[in-house]
Write a protein that binds this ligand. Structure first.
Ligand code: CA
Length: 230
C-alpha cells in the first residue's frame, strides 16, 4: 500500500477539527491538527503535508496571511474554510491562490469529498499525466466558437464561449459572478448577477446536447461557478 496522504487541519474549533480528522482518517488519510495560526508555517515546512485545510479566523495569525505565506514557498493544495459565504467572494477577489473554499457549517463528508477532488486535480496537474485532461470530454475551438465532444459539435454565442473557456482553463477553481463578468464584458458594461446566471443556464443546456449524462458546469451556492468533470 502507498503511504497515506497527510492532511494538515488548521482549525481553532477543536471539536470541529477532531470531527473532520475522524472522517479523514476513516477515508484513509493521515491527519495532523493545529489549533492556532502561529507555528503553521513551521509545521508545513517540517511535515510537507499533501493538503492543508485552513480556517480563515484563527488566533495568532489569520488564514489570509497564512495562505499567502504558504503560497510564497509552496504549491501545497489549500482548502480555505470560512464562516461566512460573503467572505468567499472577497477571498476570491484577492486571488490568494487557495484551491477551494468551503463555507461553514459544512458536513465533514462534503469536506472529505472536496479534499479528494482537490488532490485528484492538483496531483494530476503536477504528475504530468493529468487525469482531468485525459478524461476531459470537451474540445474547444475558439476561432469558430465551437465545442466538440463525443463526436458531436455545437456552436456557442460569444458570451457562452467566453464563459466556458474562462472556467475551463482552470478546472475546479471557483469563479465568482463578478470575476466572470469582468472576463466576459471587457468594456465593463454593467450587468447584473442574474445575467451571468441566465447565460450559464443556456450554456449548460447547450453542453447537454453534447453530453446529456454529464454535468460539467457546477454552481457553488452563493459563490459562483466552476468547471469540473467528475
Ligand atoms: Ca476559526
Amino acid at each position: 500500500m502507498n503511504k497515506p496522504q497527510q492532511i494538515l487541519i488548521v482549525e481553532d474549533e477543536a471539536r470541529l477539527a477532531a470531527l473532520v480528522a475522524d472522517y479523514l482518517k476513516a477515508a484513509g488519510f493521515a491527519v495532523q491538527l493545529c489549533f492556532e495560526g502561529l507555528g503553521v508555517l513551521d509545521l508545513v515546512r517540517a511535515q510537507a503535508p499533501d493538503l492543508i485545510i485552513l480556517d480563515l479566523m484563527l488566533p495568532g495569525k489569520d488564514g489570509l496571511t497564512l495562505c499567502s505565506e504558504i503560497r510564497a514557498e509552496s504549491a501545497v493544495p489549500i482548502i480555505m474554510t470560512t464562516a461566512r459565504v460573503e467572505e468567499i467572494d472577497r477571498l476570491l477577489g484577492l486571488g490568494l491562490g487557495a484551491d477551494d473554499y468551503v463555507c461553514k457549517p459544512y458536513s465533514p463528508r462534503e469536506l472529505v469529498a472536496r479534499v479528494k477532488a482537490v488532490l485528484r486535480r492538483t496531483q494530476g496537474a503536477v504528475g504530468g499525466a493529468p487525469e482531468a485532461t485525459a478524461a476531459d470530454p470537451l474540445t474547444l475551438d475558439p476561432d469558430r466558437l465551437r465545442v466538440r465532444a463525443a463526436g458531436r459539435e455545437i456552436e456557442l454565442t460569444a458570451v457562452e464561449f467566453a464563459l466556458l473557456s474562462t472556467i475551463y482553463e482552470a478546472p475546479g477553481r471557483i469563479f465568482s459572478r463578478e470575476r466572470l463578468m469582468e472576463r466576459i464584458y471587457r468594456d465593463h458594461r454593467v450587468v447584473s448577477d442574474r445575467t451571468i446566471d441566465s447565460h450559464v443556464k443556456k450554456l449548460r443546456r447547450r453542453l447537454q446536447e453534447l453530453l446529456p449524462e454529464r454535468e460539467l458546469v457546477h454552481s457553488v451556492y452563493g459563490v459562483g461557478y466552476r468547471y469540473e468533470d467528475r
